[in-house]
Design a protein around this ligand. Sequence first.
Ligand code: CMC
Length: 436
Amino acid sequence: MKLADNKATLSFSDGKPSIDLPMYQGTVGPDVIDIRKLYGQTGMFTYDPGFLSTASCQSAITYIDGDKGELLYRGYPIEQLATNCDFMETCHLLLYGNLPDAAGKEDFTKRVTNHTMVNEQMQFFLRGFRRDAHPMAIMTGLVGALSAFYHDSTDINNPQHREISALRLIAKMPTLVAMAYKYSMGQPYMYPKNNLSYAGNFMHMMFATPCEEYVVNPVIERAMDRIFVLHADHEQNASTSTVRLCGSSGTNPFAAIAAGVACLWGPAHGGANEACLNMLEDIQKTGGIAKVGEFMEQVKDKNSGVKLMGFGHRVYKNYDPRAKLMQETCKEVLAALGLENDPLFKLAMALEKIALEDDYFVSRKLYPNVDFYSGIVQRAIGIPVNMFTGVFALARTVGWIAQLNEMISDPEYKIGRPRQLFTGSVKRDVLPISQR
Ligand code: CMC
């Protein structure tokens, strides 16, 4: 980061002396005002719940221009990555900063696939869960449990440990998600097949059985891979910030990623794909397209508590570029599977059309986000609705780990420790119980 030529001056209306605050410039995007010395100089904190105006770190990984609807991984537009590169190349890019050449890709893929199996003991750990447990509950447990199985890569301050835990996490997430699915189905786990692509292997572990081979349909394999690429990283979102904050205490990478999985589960974040599909199914059950107008009235009524899931974003005030690509994939998959007339897709298109023309959404700059179409694609592929967020977690793992490793290597990194504006009781004495 580069010191800007100008400074910000903070003045107070009560005559306290004003102070100058340094400013920094990134390569692109808004400048930042450095308030690190503010408390020392004034005895005051800044107040920004929800981080609406706060850059929590410097990062060189992902850039979003929310007004333009632009998303770049290491400078490359998501549209180019989604059409020219696969997930392994994207992982390499996010982790190391550059797109690999053919030999580099082969080497990286080999290093990942070396780690696709999980410790055999893991299946006994899994057995402790109820069969009807939510897959994200299972995933939070399984990812956290990796630190109990891989003791040789838990030192976050050791670059070799960070490297091996990164490869392990990327390699083992599909295995764990598929195991959570098989467990819920009561089917035997399928071991990974390293001659398949990353996406193809995931489909195999999900849908093959020991008595029947799963032949991967290339359209579905490409769609799955695209879902992974589109979800791979997204700057300092809630789960990534959770991973950074958790990791800032020096905890091991598996524990930090487990914290990210837990955060992602919420319906305002990664859980939106599941919530969106449930919403579409509910509308479909109660009358389908004919009821869309009525549903939209509920969404616009602030007292109803109903939201149009898969719409709106803290950063994008324009069409989420991932949603455009996902809609394209959705059409491709539905056509390949002969589901062009899928009623939920038609319903989603009808909702989108109304929302893009309705003043409520237009004035608030609410557009479809990635979750609006990803659920329809996953459902068409045969992934059950409650597994959608697990698939998101699988894909986001590389982003989390790249961001975590970036933080640990940053000389300015400190344990995250926000402060507060205290509004509780001032000091008081405890009365004997008989007098309270
Ligand atoms: N449906 C109806 N109204 C909405 C929606 C929605 N989906 N999203 C935002 N609004 C309204 C909101 O009520 C507020 O209205 P007003 O100004 O009258 O109070 C205004 O738009 C601004 O919204 P906000 O809640 O201040 O925005 P935020 O940045 O705090 O929240 C969000 C962003 C993504 C949590 C929110 O848009 C939302 O809950 N969307 C639905 C859930 C969803 O699709 N989440 C996935 C996000 S993308 C993938 C990911 O991050 O995992």
